[in-house]
Structures are given as C-alpha cells and as structure tokens.
Design a binder for this molecule. Sequence first.
Ligand SMILES: [Zn+2]
Length: 241
Amino acid sequence: MSFHIVRTRRIGRQHPLVFRLASGFRRFQHRWYHPEEPLFQKLRDGQTPLALVIACCDSRVDPVLLTDCRPGDLFVVRNVANLVPPYAPDGGRHGVSAALEYAIKHLKVQDVIIMGHACCGGIQALVSGEDDSGDEFIGPWVDVARHALEKVDAAMPGADRAERARACELWNVRLSLDNLLTFPWVKEAVDEGRLCLHGWYFDLQSGELLEYDAKDRVFHPLVGRPHLHAGHGAPVAGKRV
Ligand SMILES: [Zn+2]
C-alpha cells in the first residue's frame, strides 16, 4: 500500500479540532517559512539543539513554550512525571535511554535539563498508591520514582497528600538527575566537564521556575513570580528574580 497526498480533500476542515490545529499550522508556516526567515533552510541540513530537556507529558508544561524557544532549539523527551529510569542495558525497549543516548553521543548536547512541575498527575498517582484504578501501565511506570516518595515519607512523617505530592515532585527531579548519572557515558561526560545537568521545577501555581542547587540541595527561584501589571487586571505581586 502506498500513501498519496490528495490535495483536493477537505474533510479535515470540517472537524473543529482539525480546523483549529490546521489554522495553527498555517500561522507556523507564516512565521517560519518565508524568504526573510532562513531558519528552516538551516534545519533541513540537521539539528544542533541547545539542550536535551526531559519533561512531563502534561499539556500545561511544554518546555518549548515555557522557554520561548524556536524550532530546533530543544531536543525534548516527554513522559509521565519526567522520569529517567536507571541505566539498564538489558536489550529492552528503553525510550528515554535511547533519546538520551542520541542526544549525548550523536548530537553532543552539552546540557541536560530535567523539568518537573507542580500538580503532576503522575506523581499524584504514585503518592495516592491506588492500585484499583484498572490502569495497566501508569503504576509500574511511576514506580520508577518510588525512591523519591520514600525519601519524602521519611523526611515528612504526618504530611498530608498535597504536601507529600509537592515534595515528591521536587525529590523526583533530584532522583532523575541521580539516575542520569547511572549511565556510564553520562557520568563520564559530566566528570570531564563536557556535560552539565540541570534540575528545574515549573510551579504552575505561582508561575515561578525553580532551579535545583546540588551544592546546597535546595531549590532556588531561577525566575521568580510573574510581573502582573495593570494590563492583566491584577496587582503587582511579590519578590521577583
Ligand atoms: Zn506531570
């Protein structure tokens, strides 16, 4: 069977979602495909992304949108709860490991960013521990972060579910950073100064972007609360970075 581009069909235009997304694609074309914008002329020859970003699937936390990047800027892996399973050269189908290997060995990225976020459904599934949901794949997948939850429960006895979830989201960023270092070629690149690892957390409640400080083992604001001015109908808020 072969596939043909049939330019006369218009069925998709009658579907509201397809219409909306196709309209968006036209705006994308208008932005990036014109003679004065040579970006895609360059990208046709290959990619040299600035960084590998490992983020959650969550629709609210698109790394390219959050960082206002251009096509070709970020090599992105997204999965439920921005997890990095530890190095396991067992012949299995390891999607995160494959992307990591490609980014580091072939694209030679110099920075890897783990981007966690607030209100993460994957972490909430881990924290709730409900095994009667009928789900087949979510539980075993988020169990990759169980060590983070164990750390939280040891450090915060008596915490309620919301507190445990937020702390686990933050610990999970640290865990993914630790798991990156179980890959021998990642550790080697870090030890040789060819690769830098970053742990970020997008607090979509406050609008802040936090960065993990491995030396002090705390998260600091990398970008503070958003500037809310009169044009947005809200008062100026708190400390800014
Ligand atoms: Zn998430």
